[in-house]
Structures are given as C-alpha cells and as structure tokens.
Ligand binder design. Sequence first.
Ligand code: GLU
Length: 314
Amino acid sequence: MVVGRFAPSPSGRIHLGNILCCLLAWLSARQQGGRVVLRIEDLDTARCPRRYADQMEADLHWLGLDWDDGPGKEGGHGPYYQSQRTSRYRAALERLEAMGMVYPCFCTRAELHAASAPHREDGQVLYPGTCRDLTAAQAAERARQTGRSPALRLRVPDREISFTDGHMGPYSEYLPRDCGDFLLCRSDGMFAYQLAVVVDDAAMGVTEVVRGADLLASTPRQLLLYDLLGLSAPRFFHFPLLLAADGRRLSKRDADAGLEVLHDRATAAEILGKLAYLAGFNPSARPQTAEALLQDFAWDKVPQSDIRIPEGLF
Ligand code: GLU
C-alpha cells in the first residue's frame, strides 16, 4: 500500500509552492490507489502558531486535496502536530546517543559563519568539527566557560550515501566532505527537522515522500538516520521549484502567490489547473479539479528544472 504525505510548516498562509507540493503528493499517491497523511511540521512553535495550521487545513479542504490520516481524520498515527511529538524525537536521539553517534556542540551560528567554513550546496555551513572530539571534561569546561547549553550534532560516518530520486534521478553525497556533522537538536532544545521528519515518516508508515528540490540535499542525511535507527526509508520524489516571473525564488514577499490574495481572485480549479499546466500535466491553463487531474498526471511530464511563473498568469 502506497502512503504519501503532506508535511507543511505553517508559518503563514499557504502559497503556490506548497500547493504544488500538496497537489503532486496527492496525485502521486492517489493515482496508485494510495493513502495520504497530513502532518503539521510546527516544531518551531513561535513561527508556526496553531491558527496558521488551522487555516492551512481549511485551505487544503477548499482546494479539494483531502487526507485519510491527519488532523480531523484520526487514522491511528497521531498526534499529527510535530509540536506534540517531541517524546518520540527524544527517544530516537537517545538511541543515537547510546550508539556514540551524538556529541554536544557549543559553537554559535555567528562563530560558524565567522570561521569561514566551506558551505554546502544548499547554502548551509559545513560544520568544521570544532567540538567533535571534546572529552567529557572538556565539554563540561566549555559549558562552564560559555554559560551555554550545547546543541547536539550527529557524528557522520565516513560513508557515501547514494540513492535514486523518483524524479530527479541519481544523487549522492560523501558525508564527511559534502554534508558534515549535522544538528539533531538546537541549543534551545528544539529538535531538528532532519530528525523529526525521519521519525515521523517512519512512524506514520509513509512510503513515498514528494517535496521541493530544495530538500534534495537533505535526503542523504535523512537516509543515514533511517539506517542508523533501523527504519525503512520511503521513496523520494523531488520536484522543481516555482520561481517568480523575474527568476527569484518565491517567498513570503510575493503576496500575490499566497492564498490570502488568490482565494478572492480565483477558484480552486483555476489555481490547480494553472499549476498543473506549469508542471506539464495540463495541456492548457484551463481549470481542473484535483480529481480530474488524476487522469493526466505522470511524473515524466513534470520538468526537472525550475519553473518560472509567467507574469500575470495568476
Ligand atoms: N515541512 C517542510 C516544509 O514545509 C517539508 C518537509 C518535507 O517535505 O520533508 O518545507
């Protein structure tokens, strides 16, 4: 049984990028007769208050993108809000700690940027390993000196992780060079997305993950965690990003790409039809319901390179 999912972080009103993500995840799962899970990724509770999640659920209903397991649809895998699942992340972290894979890190973000460490492909700093080999006594001394509680990092093994993305094809990273030791828990106690997403997708029985290509470079880290935690990994499908007419990545500043504006301007079928047209599986920009798009959707129609939204389309 195929199980797909939407895992939005509700830090504002849903926008065209999230809508395309949910549409593709929904179509891919439903076309195979699969189930859909909705999980709200609100680990950062300050940025993702509950009212945004409620609005997102209402917007998905309006768009006709339904789920079988998630908020309001108890399917046996709840709670569906990451903010309510922290005991599960703590248990996974403890397993990794017991394997000797975790160490405390006292470096601040500012220190890391100042150290001019090399940057990963996704723009994040490659951790230079400053705290990797601290003894327990040295770590205690650092805690005393800095007065900070440490973040926790995963000690990446000397391994190459390769996989074949269902849409983008082969991808691989040599962990020490391309990835580096990554955060599992921030110094303020917030669990990292990489850990939470793996724990939850596995616990919720997800077999296919559909998401934007900006997360392709996160996948080796997640595959490593699946492996270390003895969990079976889903298949991954990364789709190209939507760009504004001038080629910039869509952001919150593009208010007219958000449902706040679009909701009053267009019907759900108009929005989905235009997105499906941009993503290659609606022959014209004509309105289409999600249900009707099931007939035309195929991964090989979707482009691999970023998609520019033409001026005035929405
Ligand atoms: N919550 C993430 C986001 O909204 C998506 C995570 C995922 O699909 O793995 O960007």
